[in-house]
Design a protein around this ligand. Structure first.
Ligand code: DAH
Length: 339
């Protein structure tokens, strides 16, 4: 018996196991009901009385060692496992919170995606523009108030170089270079010389859409508007068009959507009317087509333009325009879920 105990002691001291299965078979081999160490305990009664004290002590020691060995192997295996698979070693030591997309970008992407479904592709133009693309080509009369220093930021005191006041300038940039069919959506930043308040800012964002082809009619415009309103604000959204005036469209209209807060019943958001204004639109004025070298007897088109801040406000009720440019993380994080 003493020899067997000695042998087992050596064996156990040298045990290794690379995974939990291997370890379990070792446990079974030595410590289960029929395990080698357990069998020794069963044979203990046959040990002569004078040896019982010594053998019993060694036997208990052997069992303790075996248990300890198995536990330490188990710990080592689970440590290894963690290093291999559960900890991302490329992670930085301190938790880094990812930023979120800006609400203006979220809404801009949404608008572009919706028009993308109708076959519109994105076009962009410069923010520093000339008078021709922002005003003259778009049929603004010489003395139109928008050309005034009070509304427009001019650059280097040149009356010809200015910060664009609307993304309609991208219309005439594209029409000047391309013959129809043209179907573009133009997102971008625009600038106006306004005092900054909750309701006005010196820069904001617009999306312009333009469709020019043979036989484009007001009915096409209306259908595109309805599609956009339902996709953006929900299938129950209604639209209404009011006659309006823009130099570059004839006829022109402004579109309201049924208030998406009260569903059209009337609330403080829609000032009790059930409707909220969202964008301007119309049929491209033949003068604009001609100014860009497009034959207005062959082609017609529609255009529309909207403020992204306005759409964001309608969708998320952002009351103060200044929030969009303050970089307040608490505000920006509110849009995590909208991504
Ligand atoms: N450019 C106009 C603005 O800044 C918006 C607009 C109105 C664009 C009517 C259009 C349109 O294309 O047809 O207020």
């Amino acid at each position: 018996m003493l020899d067997i105990i000695k042998r087992l002691k050596e064996e156990i001291g040298a045990l290794t196991a690379s995974d939990l299965n291997e370890l379990e078979s070792l446990r079974i081999k030595y410590l289960s009901k029929k395990g080698e160490i357990t069998s020794l305990f069963n044979e203990f009664r046959n040990v002569p009385a004078e040896q019982k004290r010594e053998v019993g002590k060694l036997l208990n020691e052997l069992k303790d060692e075996a248990l300890q060995k198995i536990n330490s192997l188990k710990e080592r295996i689970s440590d290894n496992k963690q290093t291999d698979t559960e900890i991302d070693l490329t992670r930085s030591a301190y938790p880094v919170k990812l930023g979120t997309r800006h609400p203006i970008s979220i809404v801009k992407n949404e608008i572009c995606d919706i028009f993308g479904k109708l076959g519109f592709s994105i076009a962009e133009g410069p923010e520093i523009e000339d008078d021709w693309h922002v005003f003259s080509s778009l049929n603004f009369p010489e003395d139109h108030p928008a050309r005034d220093m009070q509304d427009t930021f001019f650059i280097q005191r040149s009356p010809d170089v200015l910060l664009r006041t609307h993304t309609s300038s991208v219309q005439t940039r594209v029409m000047g270079k391309t013959q129809p069919p043209i179907r573009i959506i133009c997102p971008g930043r625009v600038y106006r010389n306004e005092a900054i308040s909750a309701r006005a800012h010196c820069f904001f964002h617009q999306v312009e859409a333009l469709y020019v082809d043979k036989n484009v009619t007001f009915a096409d415009l209306k259908q595109a508007l309805l599609f956009f309103a339902k996709e953006m604000f929900g299938a129950n959204t209604k639209i209404r068009l009011r006659p309006s005036y823009f130099p570059f469209t004839e006829p022109s209209a402004e579109m309201d959507i049924s208030c998406n807060l009260c569903g059209g019943k009337g609330c403080s958001f829609c000032k009790g009317t059930g409707w909220v204004e969202i964008l301007g639109c119309g049929m491209v004025d033949p003068n604009v087509l001609e100014a860009c070298g497009i034959d207005s007897k062959v082609y017609t088109g529609y255009a529309l333009g909207m403020g992204i801040e306005r759409v964001t406000n309608l969708k998320y009720q952002v009351k103060d325009l200044r929030m969009f440019s303050e970089n307040d993380k608490r505000f920006l994080e509110e849009f995590e879920a909208a991504l």
